[in-house]
Design a protein around this ligand. Structure first.
Ligand SMILES: [Ca+2]
Ligand SMILES: [Ca+2]
Ligand SMILES: [Ca+2]
Length: 256
């Protein structure tokens, strides 16, 4: 009897811990004001596994109809290391690509990187931001897409939004560059389907296999920005319309 109760308590505890971890990885970021920017510099320069910024995840197995398995921590690595998966890397900004590995580790401008491999993330690599857009609309986004280790294979990443993680709208695409550095990616007039929603996913995902042969690049994202505005409340809209009508009537009467 005692044994059973103990087992129950243990498994309940384990379930709660698991639930907590799962929730932490999926919790939405409540957007406020008129913009959101993420520069990933909180990843830091320490040689350890670190948590991603709030509501950010990476995955190795995203697909057209699935979020994949979200992971919310990464380890520090260099641009050229060939180990597959997500990594905390130095941003390309202000650099040429020839900086030594020990130098890269000291750069405080960080980026969220990924190195696809034959058995990881090709396809399926994705960067995911989970947001709550309640009260907000008119979304646009921009970010820097960095090619940090130029190799012969090429991968196209889709920039997508979804309110359920299964049906996705592609806003634009971006592929690795043939030279070290950063490309500016942006999308405006994002579908109003993501306006005023408690759960919206933004992702940058490799949904089809890389092309070409040989090695795969290390890529990264940095300076991810959302711009948006508050949706006027219905009551305010009605009030303004009434006010405009009254003022119009007054003006007409005066002209008579
Ligand atoms: Ca950065
Ligand atoms: Ca290389
Ligand atoms: Ca390439």
């Amino acid at each position: 009897m005692k044994f059973t109760a103990q087992c129950f308590r243990k498994s309940a505890f384990i379930s709660l811990v698991f639930l907590g971890v799962t929730c932490a990885a999926h919790a939405q970021f409540t957007l406020t004001g008129t913009f959101y920017i993420q520069n990933f510099d909180s990843l830091g320069t320490a040689n350890e596994s670190v948590g991603l910024p709030s509501s950010w995840s990476v995955t190795d197995n995203a697909s057209l109809s699935s979020l994949g398995t979200l992971v919310s921590s990464v380890g520090r690595n260099t641009w050229a290391d060939t180990a597959g998966g997500a990594r905390n890397v130095a941003s390309s900004t202000g650099h040429t690509g020839s900086e030594s590995t020990s130098n890269q580790h000291t750069f405080t401008n960080r980026a969220l990187g990924y190195r696809q491999g034959s058995s990881v993330g090709d396809p399926g690599a994705a960067f995911v931001f989970h947001a709550n857009t309640t009260g907000l609309g008119n979304f646009s986004l921009s970010f820097d897409f960095m090619t940090l280790d130029v190799e012969t294979r090429s991968t196209t990443f889709s920039v997508q939004v979804s309110i359920n993680g299964t049906n996705w709208t592609t806003l634009t695409t971006v592929a690795d560059s043939s030279s070290f550095g950063s490309q500016s990616v942006s999308a405006s007039s994002i579908t109003p389907a993501i306006d005023n929603q408690s759960s919206v996913y933004f992702r940058i995902a490799a949904l089809s296999a890389s092309s070409g042969s040989g090695s795969r690049d290390t890529i990264a994202i940095d300076n991810f920005q959302l711009n948006y505005s508050a949706i006027p409340e219905l009551a305010n809209t009605v009030l303004l319309t009434c006010l405009a009508t009254v003022m119009g009537c007054v003006a007409m009467r005066r002209r008579r």
